[in-house]
Design a protein around this ligand. Structure first.
Ligand SMILES: C[S@@+](CC[C@H](N)C(=O)[O-])C[C@H]1O[C@@H](n2cnc3c(N)ncnc32)[C@H](O)[C@@H]1O
Length: 359
């Protein structure tokens, strides 16, 4: 069974915090919590990028990171962000807009799509090429093509924790005058960081206009996975995440009941982790109270990635697959409706054409 090492934002902050900081031009001994702040310059002394630098540092950097009150140690892994807390459960915003005296840069939330470079939109690639700093979860940074990572002045990534501190880091770097892209899988509006970025901007006393905040959409997992399965989403659909990290389980259960009793195809995100097997079991139980055991279910693990796996099964078989390696935190499950059928290994959800046309 795969572990949650590839988990996404929803579960990151319940994971062990592994952030640290390193610089390709210096050592990583100051690493904390797994965050890595990598300057793509050849020498930290000559670097055009600084992290957490005060405006009086004397560094002739063209790239600034963090507020004037933050650490000038580039290996501290913090760029004026979030009260200096390295654990991922931090709730307080650190620097506010008052702490920055630079003209803010631009902040762009970029959706990478499912994973491989060919799944990224042209607009996403261009937004990343234009950004001076790229901030993201390590797994997604590793999926970026070299031409993008080599072009950036600085890359800041955290492995398994701190979506809040990472987003704040991106905002602080922007308020310090850098053009910053914050990246995530799929689309920034689907269980992702676009909303958090706006909320943190607001809590810092900044505005979206001040940093010219923009969202560059990407292909969400629901669509990438549906494409692998055939045509399961061509009528009304809903998405439900089984992660109870940010939404209490009773609410998730209520949403499952509401969706399952109507004719929605249901796309299940964050279906399984070792910490919450019961959520998956409960979801299967709820789905079966409203839908037949034979209802087609598509399972896609790692769509567009090297370890992609696809399976079409029936709802009655789903629960036992919870312990199968195909279902983990990089899996999306598509639960069909009463009229969804399987034809030649493809899930098909009729759109209704057959009721109007002869073919
Ligand atoms: C926090 S959500 C992020 C969703 C993402 N923003 C999107 O638009 O798809 C993480 C969940 O997305 C789904 N997911 C992300 N990438 C996937 C992939 N390549 N294949 C299948 N599911 C994926 C999984 O359900 C995973 O648990």
């Amino acid at each position: 069974m795969s572990t949650e090492t590839d988990s996404d934002a929803d579960d990151e902050s319940t994971s062990k915090c592994g952030a640290s900081t390193s610089d390709t031009a210096s050592d990583s001994s100051g690493s904390k919590c797994g965050a890595s702040s990598t300057s793509t310059e050849t020498s930290s002394a000559d670097s055009g990028s600084k992290c957490g630098g005060s405006s009086s540092s004397g560094d002739d950097s063209s790239s600034k990171c963090g507020s004037s009150g933050s650490s000038s140690d580039s290996s501290s892994g913090k760029c004026g962000a979030s009260s200096g807390s390295d654990d991922s459960n931090e709730k307080e915003v650190g620097a506010t807009v008052e702490d920055f005296d630079a003209d803010p840069g631009q902040l762009t939330a970029v959706g990478l799509g499912p994973g491989q470079p060919e799944g990224m939109t042209e607009r996403a690639k261009n937004a990343l090429l234009e950004a001076e700093h790229i901030v993201g979860y390590t797994t997604y940074i590793e999926l970026l093509p070299d031409e993008i990572t080599e072009d950036a002045d600085e890359i800041y990534d955290t492995p398994m924790c701190g979506e809040v501190s990472r987003t704040e880091e991106a905002i602080d770097r922007t308020l310090a005058g850098n053009d910053v892209a914050i990246v995530g899988s799929g689309d920034p509006n689907v269980y992702a960081l676009a909303g958090l970025a706006l909320e943190i901007l607001e809590s810092k006393g900044a505005t979206a206009s001040m940093v010219d905040f923009e969202v560059v959409p990407g292909v969400p997992a629901a669509q990438s996975c549906a494409a692998r399965l055939g045509a399961p989403l061509v009528n009304d659909t809903v998405s439900i995440s089984l992660s109870d990290h940010l939404v209490p389980m009773p609410e998730i259960e209520s949403r499952l009941h509401a969706a399952a009793k109507e004719s929605f195809t249901i796309t299940i995100y964050n279906p399984w982790s070792r910490k919450r097997r019961e959520n998956f079991e409960k979801a299967c139980e709820i789905l079966l109270t409203h839908r037949d055991e034979e209802t087609p279910v598509g399972i896609v693990h790692g769509a567009g990635r090297e370890d992609e796996q696809v399976m079409i099964t029936e709802l009655g078989e789903l629960e036992e697959l919870g312990e199968h390696e195909i279902i983990d935190m990089t899996t999306t499950i598509v639960v069909g409706t009463e009229d969804t059928y399987v034809w030649d290994d493809r899930m098909v959800r009729p759109r209704g054409y057959e009721t109007k046309y002869d073919y």
